[in-house]
Write a protein that binds this ligand. Structure first.
Ligand SMILES: C[S@@+](CC[C@H](N)C(=O)[O-])C[C@H]1O[C@@H](n2cnc3c(N)ncnc32)[C@H](O)[C@@H]1O
Ligand SMILES: [Zn+2]
Length: 373
């Protein structure tokens, strides 16, 4: 294997050389490293400092970058695992270079997590994390961090795969990134409830090609029941922009109040909060001293997340403009205008054109209409 140096946060480490002509260069190397996930790793490192975590398992390490950064930047005991012996060798070599004493294991993540318990467990597989959630819950004491890169099944593009992996139906529409993230959270909540455990989302976001969730696990049947009470469905009208949500195990049969069509249920999914706002405030404060190369981008993400409304769907500003045949004022003016009409409204991190509100259509139309006076 030919190696090159990479640098992230406070570490410099070896990664395999990639073929720049490959359609997805990280996929051309024997051990996986995607520099485009740096921001996701920055977020996890900072969150782990703020919580703080005290014992961390990187269950799918590849080069080990995630776990090595936690070991170096958070100064807590870390175990890094990868089933692939070549990856485990590289993790060992990188930890020696850095002089950080991490435990390196080369096992199947499901076997490792069925036999040992770690305070914090991080699952970062290729594609869907669904086959790892049961054992991750068994092997997790307190904090569970999960990445999903199988956005097609989560977002309704591959309907049957979504049903197989998450037992949920997604709709491939303009807010699919949000429903995908919530389907993943809902799946974890249902898996946890079987063990009388509840979940509390701390910082959950969807970005580019992936979803990332950071959760606190809570013990006891009451906590599990409380989590399950957040399960429900987004209900979407098939012919107009109306959408709403409902909680409960079964979707309710409702009509669109505007066009009387039967609403289509999306889910089951998590309808509760995506973040712990106090924690995001602390995360926000700690970004400036982090020295992260992508600190500005992370600040923007955290800032948008802590200000977004707790409703499980959103509109797209351009979609609204098309629907009402209006050339609207800037998005911030639309949000301001909704608020001045007495309706809560916010941006959302899912895209630069996402708008969260439950304002009725007449108010949406007024807010989108440019004030020409
Ligand atoms: C997406 S990569 C991890 C990337 C890494 N966490 C990072 O931030 O760069 C997924 C890794 O999981 C490993 N893997 C896949 N299935 C596994 C399993 N069942 N148990 C343990 N490791 C597994 C692969 O060998 C691969 O190195
Ligand atoms: Zn309708």
């Amino acid at each position: 294997m030919e190696y090159v140096w990479a640098e992230e946060g406070r570490i410099k480490f070896l990664v395999p050389a990639t073929d720049p002509h490959h359609p997805f260069p990280p996929g051309s190397a024997p051990v996986f490293y995607n520099p485009r996930m740096e921001l996701a790793r920055d977020a996890t490192v900072l969150l782990s400092k703020v919580l703080p975590v005290s014992r961390y398992l990187d269950a799918m390490g590849a080069t080990g970058v995630r776990g090595l950064r936690i070991a170096k930047e958070c100064e807590v005991p870390v175990t890094i695992n990868d089933r692939d012996p070549q990856a485990a060798d590289l993790i060992r070599r990188n930890s020696e270079i850095l002089g950080v004493p991490v435990e390196v294991v080369s096992s199947d993540a499901n076997c490792l997590l069925s036999g040992r318990v770690f305070e914090t467990v991080d699952i970062d597989p290729f594609g869907s994390p669904a086959p790892f959630i049961d054992s991750a819950l068994k092997g997790c004491g307190r904090f569970l961090f999960v990445t999903a890169t199988d956005t097609a099944p989560l977002c309704g593009a591959h309907r049957n795969a979504g049903i197989r992996r998450y037992f949920a139906i997604a709709l491939n529409n303009e807010y699919h990134a949000e429903t995908g993230l919530r389907i993943l959270l809902g799946f974890i909540a249902r898996e946890a409830a079987r063990y009388d455990r509840g979940i509390e989302p701390l910082f959950s976001y969807a970005r580019e090609h992936y979803c990332r969730v950071h959760l606190r696990l809570l013990r006891g049947a009451r906590m599990a029941d409380r989590s399950l009470s957040m399960m429900g469905y987004v209900l979407q009208c098939p012919s107009c922009i109306f959408r709403t949500h409902t909680t409960g195990i079964l979707p309710s049969h409702e009509e669109c109040p505007y066009c009387r069509n039967a609403l289509v249920p999306v889910g089951p999914l998590w309808t509760g909060p995506l973040h712990d706002r106090n924690l995001l405030d602390r995360l926000h404060e700690s970004i400036s001293s982090s020295g992260f190369r992508l600190g500005g981008e992370l600040r923007k993400l955290v800032d948008t997340c802590r200000n977004e409304l707790d409703i499980p769907h959103h509109y797209d500003y351009h979609g609204l403009a098309r629907y009402f045949h209006i050339s609207p004022p800037p998005i911030d003016d639309v949000i301001h205008s909704l608020k001045s009409r007495g309706y809560e409204a916010s941006r959302a991190h899912f895209s630069g054109t996402a708008v969260k509100t439950i304002a009725p259509h007449s108010v949406l139309r007024e807010a989108l209409t440019r004030n020409r006076s």
